[in-house]
Design a protein around this ligand. Structure first.
Ligand SMILES: [Zn+2]
Ligand SMILES: [Zn+2]
Length: 202
């Protein structure tokens, strides 16, 4: 069996029920792992705080895993980091019985599969940079948290656009009336109002 940074020597505990040992292991992760959006990258550091207890059947190992996962916010796509903290407890058996998932191999145990499985399970499937991340502008793609108040001038609700059309029609008519050049043939009533106004002024 090839040794990796996750390989722990348990020779001094084997077949000595009642013996116990604590050990801290700092690992530079040789191979990254995680889900599609976040994971522990190769080269990052993982700390394993171990408690190993010798039992009749094998070695019971309790591990506190500490590290950092990196990935990107699923809403705004910036790089993010999340602390990784998981606790594992597994028995590494002496026998090659199918009842036991993990075994002691040649006086060593391999913590890689248990560590990877537990860490991957603990990772979020929808990591965000912050809970209230508003993502990207659907129109131009800028990150909305970096651009508070960001909006587009032509991004008007269709209902308001209809009202805007009415308003501009009204102001157009008023201008024509003020100019007194009745080139658009305004409504008779409007002209009557204007004539009335002229009489009041004079
Ligand atoms: Zn975000
Ligand atoms: Zn925009």
């Amino acid at each position: 069996m090839t040794k990796t940074p996750y390989t722990i020597d348990v020779f001094d505990l084997m077949h000595r029920p009642g013996e116990m040992r604590d050990k801290a292991v700092d690992i530079v992760v040789p191979e990254g792992f995680g889900n599609a959006v976040i994971g522990v990258k190769a080269g990052s550091e993982l700390r394993l705080d171990l408690r190993m207890e010798s039992l009749h059947d094998g070695i019971l190992v309790s591990v506190d895993v500490d590290g950092t996962a990196s990935g990107e916010c699923v809403r705004c796509l910036i790089d993010i980091e999340e602390p990784v903290q998981v606790e594992i407890q597994e028995l590494f058996a002496y026998s090659h019985d199918e009842a036991f998932e993990y075994e002691v191999h040649e006086d060593t145990i391999d913590l890689e599969p248990v560590t990877r499985d537990a860490v991957v399970l603990s990772l979020p499937f929808q990591p965000v940079c912050q809970e209230d991340c508003t993502g990207l502008c659907p129109q131009c793609g800028v990150r909305l948290l970096d651009n508070p108040g960001h909006k587009h001038e032509n991004a008007i609700d269709p209902r308001w656009a209809a009202l805007g059309g009415l308003a501009s029609l009204e102001s157009l008519t008023t201008t024509d009336l003020d100019g007194s050049a009745d080139i658009h043939g305004s409504a008779d009533s409007a002209i009557a109002d204007l004539d009335q106004a002229d009489e009041e002024e004079s």
